[in-house]
Design a protein around this ligand. Structure first.
Ligand code: HEC
Length: 232
């Protein structure tokens, strides 16, 4: 028993001296590294040279046409032809492509202190088609192509995704939906940094059409068309 105690005491003594005993002394020897790959990783450090690229720089310039998050997009014509010089947007074009900049209804979804409703753009076929395209790119992965809440992400386990066809969302003001797209809500991330203001409104217009189409009654079908349907 006593021998075990002495042995433990001795080992603790060795451990304490080996950890603390030699501190405070300078050495020119390299430190002992148990896992040197933690300190020396095969990676490129910022501003460091690198022989791999012909220009000898480790840091790469952004790909031509890259747009910083939240900035204005280059005009669509220039963007669609790679290598073409990026000309600034012609006047008026900027409005169509800008991200939230103002404090008005169009940029915030708010009318004074409360959510407003209504699409602040002309609702025409062009806007609806744009909305359909943007909805399918940005929202359908989660909310599903008909907004029924059954997108592919849901099938892979994001259980909180909701159907946008529910009465609560059908009754929700356009401004509040605009705000949800911009800033997100609970477990939904915001998309304001990559969906432009006008595209958000286009998405809302298209979403309203989806909601209407998925909650239609036979009375919504014009009588002539109803007869056609019955024949089939
Ligand atoms: C990554 C998945 C994902 C994407 C993409 C996504 N959503 Fe959502 N969305 C959710 C989830 C999850 C909720 C439920 C949030 C909660 O209450 O927890 C939600 C809720 C909502 C709501 C209801 C908010 C409320 O007040 O309850 C609206 C409206 C909505 N989304 C619209 C959209 C629109 C429009 C887009 C496309 C721009 C979009 N979402 C893209 C996941 C997503």
């Amino acid at each position: 028993m006593l021998r075990a105690f002495f042995l433990i005491f001795f080992l603790i003594g060795v451990a304490v001296v080996s950890v603390l005993g030699f501190r405070g002394q300078r050495t020119t020897n390299p430190p002992i590294m148990i896992f040197p790959d933690m300190d020396y990783q095969p990676k490129v450090r910022p501003q460091a040279p690198l022989g791999f690229f012909t220009d000898g720089r480790g840091m790469r310039p952004p790909v031509r046409g890259t747009v910083p998050i939240g900035y204005e997009l280059p005009n669509p014509q220039a963007a669609s032809s790679p290598g073409a010089p990026l000309t600034p947007n012609p006047a008026g074009e900027q409005d169509r492509l800008a991200f939230s900049v103002g404090s008005d209804y169009q940029n915030t979804g708010k009318m004074s202190a409360t959510w407003g409703t209504g699409i602040p753009l002309p609702v025409n076929a062009e806007l609806m088609q744009r909305g359909e395209q943007r909805f399918n790119i940005n929202c359908a992965i989660c909310h599903g192509p008909t907004a029924a809440g059954n997108g592919i992400v849901k099938q892979y386990g994001m259980a909180t995704i909701i159907s946008l066809l529910d009465e609560r969302i059908r009754n929700m003001s356009d401004g509040e939906i605009f705000n949800t797209i911009t800033h997100g809500k609970n477990t939904m991330f915001g998309y304001g940094h990559n969906v432009t203001v006008n595209d958000r409104w286009a998405i809302i217009a298209y979403l309203r059409a989806l909601q209407r189409s998925q909650n239609a009654t036979p009375a919504d079908v014009p009588p002539e068309a109803r007869i056609e349907l019955e024949k089939q």
